[in-house]
Design a protein around this ligand. Structure first.
Ligand code: ADE
Length: 225
């Protein structure tokens, strides 16, 4: 898989790919992530990427030309399955969207800024608009990092124990059950006896019941779907 990220703040997006699981995935050639500075595709001396809104109104708009130039340049080298625009008014990211996107070959992620991009970018280049939640960030970069993390950890071979992604919260529309490690008793606080019993079927039944109870208490909406 290859992910090309178009941004006016590439430095903001470097570190998530330089540590831990994402770095290991890149080092193992399971995914390639390339950052592209939108200002490198401007044709004016000031490397300007935004301009005033037609019709008036507060806030600047990202111009179509540098975005077109950048995407067109990338498309001369490979074809893309999706051009994703990170925006608070997009479709909300969830686990099923992450599962779907982890199966793609090449994707472009465009990070929005200011009031957003010229509508013609959305009409003619963007194939998917993604929000990471109903709140507004200063730009799409941190949202893009969240999306990349959610996708990359699902690529086969990225997680050491492949079953561990399958037991994540949300993979079966349930939150994950409580987990414990040593010591079995700390300051008088005990690990549930069942987990120490060695009885695998009973442990599995307990985990399912706990996952259900937790989901019902915290995210009952997941059970309605
Ligand atoms: N850009 C600003 N806020 C965002 C959000 N919530 N999701 C995706 N991109 C964004």
């Amino acid at each position: 898989m290859r992910i090309d990220i178009i941004t006016i703040l590439p430095e903001l997006l470097k570190s998530p790919f330089e540590a831990s699981i994402l770095k290991r995935a890149i080092d193992a050639d399971l995914v390639e992530v390339c950052l592209h500075n939108l200002r490198d595709y401007t044709s004016n001396n000031y490397k300007q990427v935004d301009d005033y809104q037609f019709g008036g109104g507060a806030g600047m708009v990202m111009m179509i030309e540098p975005i077109d130039k950048c995407i067109s340049q990338l498309r001369t080298e490979r074809s893309y399955d999706e051009v994703i625009y990170m925006t608070p008014d997009g479709q909300t990211l969830d686990q099923s969207m992450a599962n779907e996107l982890s199966l793609k070959g090449n994707i472009i992620i465009l990070c929005g800024h200011y009031k957003g991009v010229d509508q013609r970018v959305r009409d003619h280049f963007v194939t998917k608009e993604v929000s990471i939640g109903d709140f507004v960030l200063s730009g799409g970069e941190l949202a893009a990092a969240v999306l990349c993390d959610a996708i990359i950890r699902l690529i086969p071979g990225v997680l050491g124990n492949e079953t561990s992604a399958l037991t994540d919260s949300f993979q079966d529309d349930l939150l994950a059950p409580p987990i414990y490690t040593r010591p079995s008793e700390y300051k008088g606080w005990k690990v549930p006896e069942i987990l120490l019993s060695g009885n695998t079927p009973k442990i599995e039944a307990w985990r399912e019941e706990q996952a259900y109870k937790r989901t019902k208490a915290i995210r009952p909406d997941l059970l309605d779907e």
